[in-house]
Ligand binder design. Structure first.
Ligand SMILES: [Zn+2]
Ligand SMILES: [Zn+2]
Length: 170
């Protein structure tokens, strides 16, 4: 959705974004596929800028950092952002801010791009090392078996056969 900054009334604007599939960009090690997200926003004017606050909730397919299996993660958070708008003419002694200088990706040419806004906030809310569950046992470093599904025989094989022979004698 695009919000024209010039159309925002003095007392702000409430926006409900219904559930939509949001592309998160090329799948990274952390996530695998798009997010399904919904959000409530309030956009208000503040001085020379905009205050954007709201709440989002999104389901994302993440990849477990231990066992590499995909799992469903529910990301949700509140956010409060302030951004200056270049659209409003600054006083003469200050130079006019360009969109590039604003360093805000979701505000372009006097419009707020809510998809970019939500994408940034979702990516920020994802865990750095996702886990499918807290006590995920991960993969066996020798045979690669998923130890959540079954134990492998690697612990046995690690014992030197000569030691095993010795053990039988004792
Ligand atoms: Zn896992
Ligand atoms: Zn193994």
């Amino acid at each position: 959705m695009l919000i024209e900054v010039s159309q925002i009334p003095p007392d702000g604007l409430d926006i409900v974004l219904p559930e939509e599939v949001l592309d998160l960009g090329a799948p990274a090690d952390t996530w695998d596929g798009p997010a399904t997200v919904r959000a409530d926003l309030h956009v208000g004017r503040s001085g020379r800028g905009l205050l954007i606050s709201g709440f989002f909730s999104g389901g994302v397919a993440l990849v477990c950092s231990r066992c590499l299996e995909p799992f469903h993660f529910q990301a949700e958070d509140r956010f409060h952002l302030y951004c200056e708008t270049a659209a409003q003419a600054p006083p003469e002694e200050e130079h006019e801010l360009t969109d590039d200088e604003l360093d805000v990706t979701y505000l372009k040419e006097g419009r707020i791009y809510t998809d970019d806004l939500l994408r940034e906030n979702i990516l920020l809310s994802l865990p750095v090392q996702p886990l499918c569950h807290e006590d995920c046992r991960g993969l066996c470093p020798r045979c690669g078996a998923n130890l959540n599904q079954a134990a492998c025989d690697c612990t046995e094989a690690r014992v030197d056969p000569r030691l095993q022979a010795l053990r039988k004698l004792l």
